[in-house]
Design a protein around this ligand. Structure first.
Ligand code: ATP
Ligand code: MG
Length: 405
């Protein structure tokens, strides 16, 4: 049996929403530990997790839970000096480090000794018992003792969690998902603040099956470690390409991006999504200048969120590495460069794009493309991937609605 203590960000979870957030956090912990016999309890502002599995396995799973700021394997003892001393000495003995420190936090004022006094006494016991030296600067081993009502937590190896807020506490977004580096990271950041993305990808692959088997699905599978059951919608855009053949090259990216937005916007209510999100970073590409982003959003009935707007590419890459999507993002993928033009315009007027939408009948094309879309769900707990025609699986898909241009 492995015991862990997990802390969430105190500041973020203050106030009336706290019980709801803690419930969502417990739900996430239960989800990542599914398949392992375990229990999750709330105790004095932290979660205590008991699991029938190796420490490394439980730790790896907890590192995928948004809302956890840090976690550590823990010994829980009754809050008497002798019991605490026993746990502290056991921790000290099981570590090879030459230097150590003891940090005590006493939130139960019923404990007879002050924090400082307890730390000094325990420190002296460790020196005597193990010969290790005290180092308050950069010790090889930090032993933490948190004394709360009715129990004391003793732990050493604190691991940083992903932080943020528990998944599902901030609603849903339709997330425009490409095979590149940026959009998976943007999805992760949206999840970090509590939203659940519905991934939306536009493909040129020759068949829905080929799209399902592409690296896009594998990227979603990597991200599903953070979300649990994940949903991907694959929209073909071969018809769009045919319909827009005569469009000047310099306008192509803006027109295609507007088409993607209109499709995402049309689908959003069907999935209960309150906003769209993208992996745009300001001025990273000609299609992402401030003017072109404004043109993208023009006339949209719901907001477009861009968590990477102010990120540099290096920052995005370092996050992609940490999340585990980077290598897959680098893998070759034919579709991602389909709408690339040598000299895209950096200031495309929204009216010019709207005009092409009108003239080429692209509003209607949004719906014929949705008709041909595929929905993929992946449940990492059981490793099951399902793909079906979107129109057969989402209620109300047969009724047309006019997206805004
Ligand atoms: P990424 O690494 O995410 O591909 P990028 O720098 O290559 O980003 P673009 O290709 O211009 O940028 O795309 C910007 C954003 O537009 C993406 O982050 C994504 O949100 C959306 N996008 C681009 N291509 C597609 C696509 N085929 N399907 C869905 N969304 C897309
Ligand atoms: Mg891209």
């Amino acid at each position: 049996m492995t015991k862990f203590v997990a802390h969430y960000s105190e500041v973020a979870l203050k106030g009336n929403n706290r019980p709801e957030f803690v419930k969502a956090l417990r739900h996430s912990v239960n989800r990542v530990l599914s398949g392992i016999d375990h229990s999750v309890a709330y105790s004095e502002g932290r979660l205590v997790i008991d699991a029938q599995a190796e420490e490394a396995e439980v730790g790896a799973r907890l590192s995928h839970v948004f809302g956890i700021s840090w976690f550590a394997p823990v010994s829980i003892v009754t809050p008497g000096y002798e019991e605490i001393k026993g746990a502290v000495l056991a921790s000290a003995r099981s570590n090879d480090g030459k230097t150590f420190m003891v940090a005590v936090r006493r939130s139960d004022k019923g404990f007879p000794l002050g924090s400082q006094e307890t730390a000094s006494k325990l420190g002296a016991e460790v020196v005597q018992e193990t010969g290790k030296k005290v180092d308050l600067g950069e010790p090889d081993l930090s032993i933490h003792v948190d004394i709360v009502r009715g129990r004391a937590f003793v732990y050493t190896d604190k691991t940083r969690g992903p932080g943020g807020l528990p998944l599902g506490t901030a609603g849903r977004v339709m997330h425009l998902f490409s095979g590149g580096i940026d959009s998976p990271v943007a999805a992760w950041l949206m999840m970090k603040r509590g939203t659940r993305p519905v991934y939306l990808h536009f493909y040129l692959a020759p068949s829905p099956q080929a799209a399902v088997e592409s690296k896009i699905t594998r990227l979603v599978q990597v991200l599903s470690a953070y979300e649990g059951k994940s949903t991907l919608v694959l929209v073909p855009f071969a018809d769009y390409q045919l319909a827009t053949m005569g469009v000047p090259g310099e306008l192509e990216p803006s027109l295609f991006r507007r088409f993607m937005r209109m499709t995402a916007e049309a689908l959003a209510p069907r999935f209960g999504a309150a906003a769209l999100s993208t992996g745009d970073s300001l001025s990273q590409a000609a299609s992402q200048t401030l003017w072109n982003l404004v043109s993208f959003d023009d006339g949209s009935s719901i907001p477009v969120l861009r968590p990477l707007l102010s990120y540099d590419k290096e920052e995005i890459i370092s996050l992609a590495r940490r999340i585990g999507t980077y290598d897959l993002s680098l893998e070759e993928y034919k579709d991602c460069c389909a709408i690339i033009t040598r000299h895209p315009r950096t200031r495309v007027k929204a009216e010019v794009v709207s005009d092409y939408i009108q003239r080429l009948g692209l509003k209607a094309l949004v719906w014929t493309s949705i008709e041909k879309s595929t929905i993929v769900t992946y449940n990492p707990a059981v490793g099951v991937l399902k793909a079906t025609a979107l129109k057969d699986s989402v209620p109300g898909m047969e009724t047309e609605q006019t997206p805004s241009a």
